[in-house]
Design a binder for this molecule. Structure first.
Ligand code: ADE
Ligand code: ZN
Length: 334
């Protein structure tokens, strides 16, 4: 299998934080036009600072870099740059996260953030043919009352939002803390996802399933510690949005060769490959496929299964999924 097979393989990305796609080059340009100081002199210096020993280490830098984003144009440019970049990686559909509380807490109005993103998603479909869905993530290091404020601000956008998610510092902030706001989102017909089992224990994955009633689990690595949980995830074909390079950079795995992705497939789990925060973790979705392919020596059929899972695990309609799966089968046959 050559590299162009992986690059051209039609795929969906289901775990991408827009704020995590903020490349240093764009960060400098936006900082300059907004007259915001950043504590770095060069792109090289920024990249050198991206060394993390755990999730919190990364989040501290990630929230600081988001502080540069101020205007609708900034959110538009951020989002369109991501879509332009992954058009070259065979991404046909993207379901992307944003963290509005990070911005509203700094005085940036909810609509400035959301309008910029939505306009870029529409432009990305026209310019690159990439369809997309937007998922609002609640920050779990804040309390549920704060999440409810964001949820209320989102109300005028419910028809343009696909779902809600849960991200930020996992350990010490279990999914059950957000039971009511997730129930309210569910009552509005929104899809539900949550980061669980990245650093947190299998119990958090159980809570995401049984208390929040999520449709997908973001990461889910530590679910493998609990055979009953594995059985449940496999039986219900709950998609896991796995992020190999993120796992490596945040020391969730010691070595890519020790990554559990192949084991997940062997256990019958609907595992997918995603980039999480590509500007910080050294690669977009192609780089993630490529890294696991090399380290785990994945076969063609395993690689195809990962792409198929990304379509099956998406929030596209049955008809749209069938269309993408047909295209994937045609690609595989050539
Ligand atoms: N926010 C951005 N990336 C994240 C991750 N990998 N885990 C939790 N919160 C995040
Ligand atoms: Zn994430």
């Amino acid at each position: 299998m050559d590299d162009s097979f992986i690059r051209k393989l039609p795929k969906a990305e289901l775990h991408l934080h827009l704020e995590g796609s903020f490349e240093p080059e764009l960060m400098f340009a936006v900082a300059r036009r907004n007259k915001v100081d950043i504590p770095f002199k060069s792109v090289k210096e920024v990249r050198a600072a991206y060394r993390f020993s755990n999730l919190q280490d990364f989040l501290d830098i990630y929230y600081r870099s988001a502080n540069v984003l101020r205007t609708e144009e900034d959110f538009f440019d951020l989002t369109l740059a991501y879509l332009k970049r992954v058009a070259a990686d065979g991404v046909v559909h993207a379901e992307v996260f944003f963290d509005p509380q990070t911005h509203t807490a700094r005085g940036i109005p909810f609509n400035v953030v959301t309008d910029g993103i939505l306009k870029a998603l529409a432009a990305g479909e026209t310019q690159f043919g990439i369809t997309s869905k937007l998922i609002l993530c609640f920050l779990r290091h804040l309390d549920e009352a704060d999440a409810f404020v964001a949820f209320k601000q989102a109300e005028p956008y419910f028809d343009r939002l696909t779902g809600v998610g849960l991200d930020s510092s996992e350990v010490g902030h279990p999914p059950s803390n957000f039971a009511r706001v997730f129930a309210a989102a569910r009552a509005e017909g929104l899809k539900l996802v949550a980061h669980a089992g990245e650093e947190g224990p299998p119990e958090y994955v159980w809570e995401a399933l049984d208390v929040l009633h999520v449709d997908r689990i973001d990461h889910g690595n530590r679910a493998l510690e609990d055979p009953k949980l594995v059985q449940r995830l496999a039986a219900e074909q709950i998609a896991l949005t796995v992020c190999p390079l993120s796992n490596l950079k945040l020391c969730v795995v010691k070595d890519m060769k020790a990554h559990p992705l192949r084991r997940m497939l062997e256990l019958g789990l609907r595992a997918t490959v995603n980039s999480d925060d590509p500007a910080f973790f050294g690669g977009y979705v192609y780089d993630n496929f490529s890294a696991v392919h090399e380290a785990l020596e994945l076969t063609v059929s395993e690689t195809l299964a990962l792409a198929r899972n990304s379509i099956l695990g998406s929030f596209l309609s049955g008809r749209e999924k069938a269309r993408h799966l047909d295209a994937l089968n045609a690609f595989a046959a050539n």
